[in-house]
Every structure is written in structure tokens, then in C-alpha cells.
Design a protein around this ligand. Structure first.
Ligand SMILES: Nc1ncnc2c1ncn2[C@@H]1O[C@H](COP(=O)(O)OP(=O)(O)OP(=O)(O)O)[C@@H](O)[C@H]1O
Ligand SMILES: O=P(O)(O)OC[C@H]1O[C@H](OP(=O)(O)OP(=O)(O)O)[C@H](O)[C@@H]1O
Length: 297
């Protein structure tokens, strides 16, 4: 097939084809200037500016494709990587798709501790992680027969308790809305997860992989930091530079009035309001904050 022949000289990069991570992945690829056009119904898109082919796959299958070396790079949930139990290089935590894999029981039921579920029936899409969790809880060795029954369902896991199929479920929780709507509450956390960039242990194009990794790292860092600039009297600088030390060091430039200086520094976006308050109350003036489109740090 012509398409497959064209893939030999390209790095295959697996990204979620739908679901919670798909849109953020597309934004990340755009930010990293991986240009591509995805034809309707086709799950492979050839990049028009890099030797890369994007392969759109279910998030749950991506660790297997990367682990077996069929794709050199992939983006999926850390939960999927752990569930697949494959050997891949974990390159970057991408900081989105954050949620928890939790043990959930009826909110008005008798259970308040995961230990009370030993010997009961658990329904989940995460068979491996749930089995590992209950193996430890039962004080058994990997591979031992468990007293707890762990059953697989592929989706709508929350319904299992209401349908009388399960005493508890192990499923993902972000806002908790789905859990509460199903009349459930959490009594334990199996795993904290977010989207990760993963790589095959034997990637086909290591040079292209490095380019993509550092571009994606740049996009992630530019989402995490802002550039904060302000003017200050030199006498106030010792205190102000403690508030904004920068990632390596702040840039300090002289002004015409040599009792003043212009300071420029990177600050974590999540802290910027608090940092601005502190700067203003310690003598900084003309404080400007600029969002970063991209960076290499
Ligand atoms: N509520 C959530 N909040 C944040 N991240 C989530 C949430 N649910 C799932 N994820 C992350 O997204 C990954 C893919 O889950 P998702 O349910 O979107 O996949 P899917 O089953 O392929 O899609 P769909 O649900 O459309 O069939 C999960 O493994 C997890 O890492
Ligand atoms: O805590 P919340 O913010 O409510 O999110 C949790 C829900 O999100 C995921 O499902 P999703 O909606 O992606 O659909 P799914 O049932 O197909 O997995 C997950 O499986 C939960 O059901």
C-alpha cells in the first residue's frame, strides 16, 4: 500500500483519537508546530513539515503500540501506561488530563475503608491496577488467587453498583460529578494520573524524537510560566529579587536614572497574582506580565 510505504522514513507518533485527552493533544501539536491535515475517517496523518506520521488510536491502546516499538512516541494517560504494564520511557508529564483512579462505594452504604471490600466484588476498566491494589491489601504475592473478585467492564463503570453487579468500583474521578450523580463516594486512591509523553525503548528516529520532545517541553513550560517585568529602586532590589528569583536568575538592566533598574524574570503562572501583590507592596513599579507563546528553558 502506498501509504504504508510512505511511513518507513517517518517517526510514528501515537495520539488519542477521541475522549478527554484528544483536544489538548491537538493543541499541543499545534503549539509544537507539528503541521498536519487529518482526512476524514483516516487514523493516520502525515506531517507536512516534519518526518512524522501521527497515528490516532484509543488512549488505552497507545502504551501497547509504543511498548512494542510499533510507534516511537505516544501521548496517553499515565493510568493507561501503568494499566498496560509495558516497558516504555516516561519522557514528560504534560500537566493536563489530571484525575485520580479511586475506589468508590455507595455514599450511604456500610463501607468506609478499602479493607472492608476484601472478598467483595469490584468492577473496573483497570483490571491490572485494581488487582495489584487488592493483592497488596490482602497481603498476597503477585499472581496469588485473591479473595476479592475483580470484574472488567469497558465503560459506564459507575452503573455497576446501581445494577447490583458490584459492591464497589475502581474508576477515574476528576470533578467528582459522575461519582456523586451515581450516589457513590471515594474511600481510597489507587493512582494519581495525568497525560504523559512516552517513548519506545528503541525509537525508529531518535533525532526526530529529540526535536519533538524539546518542542513539546517548550510548549508545556510556556503554559506553566509568565514573564514578569517591573522597575524598582536599586535599594529595594535585595527584597524584590527574593520574591522573583527567576528560574536561573533574574535579568537586571540599568535605567537612565541609575538609582533605578528594570527587572525581568519568569514566574510560575499559578503564583503570579500573589507575586505581584508582594512586589507592589515592596516598592516595585510598572509591573507587567506577559504570557509566553513558546519557550526553551
Ligand atoms: N474526567 C477526566 N478528567 C481528566 N482526565 C480524564 C478524565 N477521564 C479520563 N481522563 C484521562 O483520559 C484518558 C482517556 O480517557 P477517556 O475516557 O477520554 O478515553 P476513551 O475511553 O478513549 O474515550 P471515550 O470516553 O470517549 O470512549 C484516561 O485514561 C485518563 O488518563
Ligand atoms: O469526576 P468527573 O469530572 O465526573 O469525571 C469522571 C468521569 O470521566 C471519565 O469518563 P468520561 O466522561 O470520559 O466517559 P467514559 O464513561 O466513556 O469513560 C471517567 O471514566 C468518569 O466516568
Amino acid at each position: 500500500m502506498e501509504l504504508v510505504q510512505h511511513l518507513d522514513d517517518k517517526l510514528l507518533f501515537a495520539v488519542p483519537k477521541k475522549g478527554r485527552l484528544a483536544e489538548r493533544c491537538t493543541e499541543l501539536l499545534v503549539g509544537a508546530d507539528v503541521q498536519f491535515r487529518r482526512s476524514n475517517r483516516l487514523d493516520i496523518a502525515i506531517s507536512t513539515n516534519l518526518p512524522v506520521a501521527l497515528v490516532f488510536l484509543p488512549a488505552a491502546d497507545i502504551p501497547t503500540f509504543v511498548g512494542e516499538g510499533k510507534c516511537s512516541l505516544g501521548i496517553t494517560g499515565h493510568d493507561q501506561v501503568e494499566e498496560s504494564n509495558v516497558k516504555v520511557d516516561d519522557l514528560l508529564d504534560l500537566g493536563f488530563g489530571k484525575c485520580k483512579l479511586q475506589i468508590q462505594v455507595p455514599a450511604d452504604g456500610p463501607y468506609s475503608d478499602p479493607k472492608q471490600l476484601i472478598g467483595k466484588t469490584i468492577v473496573t476498566s483497570f483490571i491490572h491496577l485494581a488487582t495489584t491494589f487488592f493483592t497488596e491489601l490482602e497481603g498476597k504475592q503477585p499472581g496469588d488467587k485473591l479473595d476479592t473478585v475483580i470484574k472488567y467492564v469497558g465503560g459506564s463503570v459507575e452503573a455497576a453498583v446501581a445494577l447490583g453487579v458490584a459492591d464497589a468500583i475502581v474508576d477515574l474521578v476528576e470533578s467528582g460529578e459522575t461519582m456523586r450523580a451515581a450516589g457513590l463516594k471515594p474511600i481510597g486512591t489507587v493512582l494519581n494520573t495525568s497525560a504523559h509523553l512516552i517513548a519506545s525503548k528503541s525509537p525508529s528516529h531518535p533525532d526526530v524524537l529529540q526535536i519533538l520532545k524539546s518542542r513539546i517541553e517548550g510548549v508545556i513550560a510556556s503554559n506553566r510560566y509568565v514573564l514578569c517585568q517591573y522597575n524598582a529602586q536599586r535599594k529595594d532590589m535585595p527584597v524584590l529579587l527574593k520574591i522573583t528569583p527567576g528560574r536561573r536568575a533574574a535579568t537586571v538592566a540599568p535605567l537612565e536614572d541609575d538609582t533605578w533598574a528594570a527587572i525581568s524574570t519568569m514566574v510560575e503562572k499559578s503564583r503570579i497574582a500573589e507575586v505581584m501583590d508582594q512586589l507592589a507592596s515592596n516598592g516595585a513599579e510598572d509591573i507587567l506580565v506577559t504570557h509566553l507563546a513558546n519557550c526553551r528553558v
